[in-house]
Design a protein around this ligand. Structure first.
Ligand code: DGJ
Length: 370
């Protein structure tokens, strides 16, 4: 008996001290798909995330998941971490907390996904947009949610949630033929039908990102029309509402998980297909103008498991620090049975002329960017 007690005690000491040592150990590389420990030695809990940089510090925001399938709903809120080197992350706590008030749009147990924070230089506010599903309603609400803060780490105050652009038809770039424009007196296909159905009350807004252009204008890109079509919608100058100008992208092809970036004046977007939590081939698009036409370019991934994005799904593309024109692809490897165990796949994006390429690496660091 005494022997068992002593060995248990020893194991506890070893476990405790190794944890402490690990927590302090600095990382100097990315290990896609592995556990990624924060400054406290705990696996980073920021799924479906995005990053905003402010004064040389990177802030990573993502869904805080709890263990089990329950973790697929929002039990806590949006978690924030900070870093100066992108390898080592400090836990900054919960930036936006779900509410205990069951009547709140963000009531505990709702679905709150893919939060993205941007900084508005004019108002000096940090603005968070996210995909929101109301408590107990599955995925039927399909709303976008908004929260704001004065400090990057928050706390963020919930402002509102809604379906964007009610009563408004899309903007068409010059030369769009009438046949390619939505006609609600006679919808041409399933997706047009969903668009027209939702016209009075606003368009569905699920998987999403926010992109800020060089001129400070921001855009909300989201899966709409029952996930059949992406919308790219302009935000107001304060980033707190939609202006009503928007386009539809890749109509009827079920694109999720959009992530947008700009390189040498060209706009790029990477996304996924629509297969729930299961991985599928990524897809990328490019355009000379934010307003399109966006050209579908196929799967950017190459090598083994390219057909399932190495088990992941895109969430954000981050400009590599100090490396102009170089970018990091960020994806989630979901674990829907035990949501908290979701992993992060960060991989460098390569450009072969204007062709985007992503390859798997077990380990890499920022020196990969020339
Ligand atoms: C795929 C989406 O990209 C995720 O954010 C999440 O909504 C799951 N579907 C739910 O099945």
């Amino acid at each position: 008996m005494l022997k068992i007690k002593t060995s248990c005690f020893l194991w506890l000491i070893i476990a405790f001290s190794s944890n402490v040592v690990f927590a302090q150990k600095k990382q100097n590389a990315f290990y896609p798909g592995q556990l990624w420990k924060d400054d406290k030695g705990v696996h980073i809990n920021a799924h479906g995330g995005g990053i905003v940089e402010s004064k040389g510090v990177y802030y990573w925001f993502g869904e805080h998941k709890v263990a089990g399938e329950k973790g697929n709903t929002a039990q806590v809120g949006v978690h924030c971490y900070s870093s100066k080197d992108l390898y080592n992350w400090k836990d900054e706590g919960i930036a936006l907390r779900v509410s205990d008030d069951l009547k709140s749009d963000i009531a505990k147990g709702c679905i709150l996904e893919r939060p993205k924070v941007v900084y508005n230089k004019k108002t000096k506010k940090f603005v968070m947009w996210f995909h929101l599903e109301l408590l107990g309603k599955g995925y039927e609400a399909a709303r976008t949610g908004l929260a704001v803060a004065d400090k990057a780490t928050g706390p963020y105050t919930f402002v509102k949630s809604y379906r964007p652009n009610p009563g408004i038809l899309p903007f068409y770039h010059e030369g769009t033929s009438l046949a390619d424009q939505v006609n609600c007196t006679k919808p041409a296909n399933k997706s047009d039908g969903f668009f027209c159905r939702d016209l009075p009350g606003g368009q569905m807004a699920r998987d999403m990102t926010v992109f800020v252009d060089d001129d400070g204008k921001a855009y909300h890109i989201f899966s709409s029309e029952e996930n059949f079509t992406l919308h790219l919608a302009e935000l107001s100058d304060d980033y707190l509402s939609h202006t009503g100008k928007f386009i539809r992208i890749y109509v009827g092809h079920q694109t999720e998980a959009p992530a947008l970036f700009k390189k040498d004046g060209t706009y790029y977007m990477v996304g996924s297909g629509c297969t729930g939590w299961d991985p599928n081939p990524a897809r990328w698009f490019k355009s000379n103008s934010i307003w399109g036409p966006w050209e579908y370019m196929g799967n950017p991934c190459i090598g083994e498991n390219a057909n399932i994005t190495y088990g992941g799904q895109s969430t954000y593309v981050l400009p590599a620090p100090g490396k102009k024109g170089q970018f990091i692809f960020m994806a989630d490897k979901w674990a829907p049975k035990n949501a908290i165990d979701g992993r992060y796949l960060w991989l460098p994006i390569k450009f072969n002329n204007q062709k985007m390429e992503i390859s798997w690496l077990d380990k890499w660091d920022l020196n990969i960017f020339k």
